[in-house]
Design a protein around this ligand. Structure first.
Ligand code: ADP
Length: 507
């Protein structure tokens, strides 16, 4: 079973695919950015804080040590106060560091050890005889070195801690500080790696989405352009009265439906066209026969076969005869249109002298030209020997008569109609040209004039004709392997051209 995907569905799938890639890339970028911002946040708010607090702790320890020594030497209470301040600073820094631990951040182990050491050793051993111990000093720990137990000094004071213990504390803090710096460094390296990875993934994601976009647009435009071109050619065929053109679109989408509707339409057009042609052929044939006997009878009366007629009767009979001739010509035209079908089989061309053709056609129409006050000018091909064209004489003459007749009909009085034949770019054909100085044909009507029954709006009401002459001419010329076309002249009027193959070309 074939999946039926319309254009809208194809477009939706493509858009979804494109959006998924694009949003996936953006989401990945966002996750990475969030991680990186978390890391940098930790560096800014925790690691930097630990770095500066550990510095405070080291400074405080040194300050405690110095002030302890000074107090011991100079016995001034002020050093005791300094000692207490430094100790408070130390404690508060230690508390702050401990307070940084949270669910997201686990405080490194060394800090807990430092805290324990402090609780074990830092004791309020320095007590000036005159002053009370500092309020926030801690009670001595079991292993604290008190003045009474470890120092027999006469001033009842002892080092607040021994040098090795102080060094041990400072070393521990320095180590913890270094570890913190390492942590910062690690985080920065991690951030750097993450950002590089994000850039790489982003580039790949955007690259894929661009490639997918291009492929998708190409695919969709191809799947639309191909059937559109086929439809365009089919429609062109209809415009040129070619109803045999079948559009082959096998896709299951809207174009497939359009193609089958189009094929139905052209089949129906073909059928109705053939019904119309048959009808016209039968009708014109049926009318032509009685019309011929009417014309013969009228002519016989005009020729006094049935006895003399007066001048008035003759005048009206002559009008009747000329009208009958006009209707006969019209019927012949109609019959020609419906019969000029399988032209290629019908045509048995013979070599014709092009100069002879144009002068014969001009001679036939000289009377009409005079009546319209138009001068015919004939320009024969000067080449010797004259190249012959291949064609059926009567049909080519009919084409020339149609075109020259139109040129005379649409020309203004006292203007020229030029009839010429010459060699064009293609050596194997001759070009016939009929040029007038009339109104020309508006550009939007130029392709229509060769269509059956087409007559321009300006002439429909007041000029003779049925719009078949050029259509018949086109069929005849195409059946001879030539082309027929027209163009407006640069100054005024228009020129009709048709080509015929030369004798050598056909042989
Ligand atoms: P008809 O002449 O019977 O109307 P044709 O098929 O010969 O039919 O011509 C079709 C239409 O082309 C004419 O009605 C006219 O509008 C236009 N046409 C043809 N030849 C000329 C011309 N030389 N100058 C201007 N318009 C022309």
């Amino acid at each position: 079973m074939r999946l039926k995907l319309g254009i809208a569905k194809k477009l939706s799938i493509f858009c979804l695919f494109f959006i998924l890639i694009l949003y996936g890339t953006v989401l990945d970028l966002l996750i990475n950015i969030q991680t990186m911002s978390g890391m940098s946040g930790q560096i800014v708010s925790i690691n930097n804080e630990i770095a500066s607090l550990s510095k405070v702790m080291l400074d405080s320890l040194i300050s405690m040590d110095v002030n302890d020594k000074k107090y011991r030497l100079l016995k001034k209470d002020i050093y005791l106060t300094y000692f207490e301040t430094a100790r408070n600073d130390y404690l508060s820094a230690l508390d702050k560091i401990a307070g940084l631990a949270s669910l997201e951040y686990k405080l490194p182990e060394p800090w807990y050890k430092i805290q324990n050491k402090y609780e074990q050793y830092l004791i309020p051993h320095i007590q000036p005889s005159s002053t009370k111990p500092a309020s926030n000093t801690k009670p001595p720990a079991d292993n604290a070195i008190s003045s009474d137990s470890n120092n027999n000094s006469s001033d009842n004071t002892s080092p607040w801690i021994f040098e090795p213990v102080l060094e041990d504390w400072m070393k521990s803090i320095s180590n913890a500080k270094q570890e913190n710096e390492r942590e910062i460094e690690q985080s920065l390296i991690h951030i750097n790696d993450r950002s590089r990875e994000s850039v790489k993934k982003g580039m790949i994601g955007f690259g894929i989405s661009i490639v997918a976009g291009i492929i998708g647009v190409w695919f969709i435009s191809q799947s639309m352009l191909k059937p559109l071109n086929k439809l365009k050619n089919g429609l062109k065929g209809i415009a040129l009265d070619n109803y045999d053109h079948v559009i082959e679109i096998k896709s299951n989408d809207e174009f497939g439906e359009l193609a089958s509707v189009f094929n139905d339409m052209s089949r129906q057009l073909k059928e109705s066209e053939s019904i119309r042609s048959d009808f016209i052929a039968i009708l014109s044939h049926e009318i032509r026969t009685p019309l011929a006997s009417i014309r013969e009878s009228v002519n016989m009366i005009i020729e006094d076969v049935f006895g003399p007629i007066n001048e008035k009767q003759r005048k009206f009979l002559e009008i009747a005869s000329s009208e009958i001739s006009r209707i006969t010509i019209l019927l012949n035209h109609l019959l020609n249109v419906s019969m000029l079908k399988s032209d290629s089989e019908r045509i048995k061309p013979e070599p014709l002298n092009p100069n002879q053709l144009i002068s014969d056609a001009a001679m036939s129409l000289i009377g009409t030209a005079n009546a319209n006050d138009v001068e015919l000018r004939v320009y024969e091909i000067s080449e010797t020997p004259v190249p012959l064209v291949m064609g059926i004489k009567n049909e080519i003459l009919q084409v020339l008569l149609n075109i020259i007749g139109n040129a005379i009909k649409f020309s203004y009085k006292q203007s020229f109609v030029d009839i010429s034949v010459f060699k064009g770019v293609n050596e194997n054909e001759l070009i016939f040209k009929v040029s007038d100085q009339g109104p020309g044909i508006p550009e939007d009507e130029q392709t229509l004039v060769f269509k059956k029954y087409y007559r321009s709006k300006e002439v429909r009401t007041h000029m003779d004709g049925v719009g078949l002459g050029l259509n018949i001419s086109k069929k005849i010329i195409q059946a001879h392997g030539g082309t027929i076309y027209m163009e407006n002249n640069s100054d005024k009027g228009c020129s009709f051209f048709f080509t015929l193959p030369t004798e050598n070309e056909k042989n």
